[in-house]
Ligand binder design. Structure first.
Ligand code: PGA
Length: 248
């Protein structure tokens, strides 16, 4: 089955009105008729700016987090309906930085994924092991448990998500998983998706963690790597566009 790849930029907490405008100019000038689907996940205050600029373009709007709750007394939170109001198509949930610095548990991540789906937004569910866990031979178990929590909560609607495998030790460190290491985990996740629900075998599984213009082609050539979640390299238009072009 040929799956259309997705290349999603994760701007994290970077940008300004001026810097975003310049980055978007660069992306829109070069994106052309990309084979892959392209998205940028931007800080919440810039959703309106970026959404307006991307309207009618081939680049989709994404957010970096969503509340598990629908509305009400949750100061500082942004609901899925609010994201939908601004034309958001994708939202990251369970990024390792949210798990690590904001105490997000598997249960929180699952609830956020469900909230996104109920508003018609595709959750990009991030999972991945730390270096200590990898060295202890626990990669499969850790990633499997993170996946299982989401699969259990979503049931058959698991086929509406995007999965992102992001080994924590590779994020922002310049250390990428080798294509073989990544492929092995992705193949395991594909099997878990198929076991959870046959139609979910077509769920896209992105790789994230120091993917850049130099290493993207080799990673994206792996049979079970269906795209990339790009942090640092998504802030430079030429680098991001090189990655987009590598995704066939
Ligand atoms: P990186 O970040 O590409 O800068 O390693 C990826 C991510 O955290 O999504």
């Amino acid at each position: 089955m040929k799956i259309r790849k997705l290349i999603a930029g994760n701007w994290k907490m970077n940008g300004s009105l001026a810097a975003n405008a310049a980055l978007l100019d660069g992306l829109l000038a070069g994106v052309g008729a990309a084979a892959a689907e392209v998205a940028v996940c931007v800080p919440a205050p810039y959703l309106a700016q970026v959404g307006a600029r991307l309207q009618g373009s081939p680049i989709a709007l994404g957010a970096q987090d969503v509340s598990a709750y629908a509305q009400g007394a949750y100061t500082g939170e942004v609901s899925a309906a609010m994201l939908q109001d601004f034309g958001v198509r994708y939202v990251l949930v369970g990024h390792s930085e949210r798990r690590q610095y904001h105490g997000e548990t598997d249960a929180t991540v699952a609830a956020k994924a469900r909230a996104a789906l109920s508003a018609g937004i595709v959750p990009v569910v991030c999972i991945g092991e730390t270096l200590v866990q990898r060295d202890a031979g626990q990669t499969e178990a850790v990633v499997g448990a993170q996946f299982a929590a989401v699969a259990e909560a979503l049931g058959e609607s698991i086929d509406g998500i995007v999965l992102a495998y992001e080994p924590v030790w590779a994020i922002g460190t310049g250390k990428t998983a080798t294509p073989e290491q990544a492929q092995a985990v992705h193949a395991g996740l594909r099997a878990r998706l198929r076991d959870a629900y046959p139609a979910a075998a077509g769920v896209r599984i992105l790789y994230g963690g120091s993917m850049n213009a130099a290493n993207a082609a080799e990673l994206l050539a792996q049979p079970d790597i269906d795209g990339g979640l790009i942090g640092g390299a998504s802030l430079k238009a030429p680098d991001f566009l090189t990655i987009v072009a590598a995704a066939q």
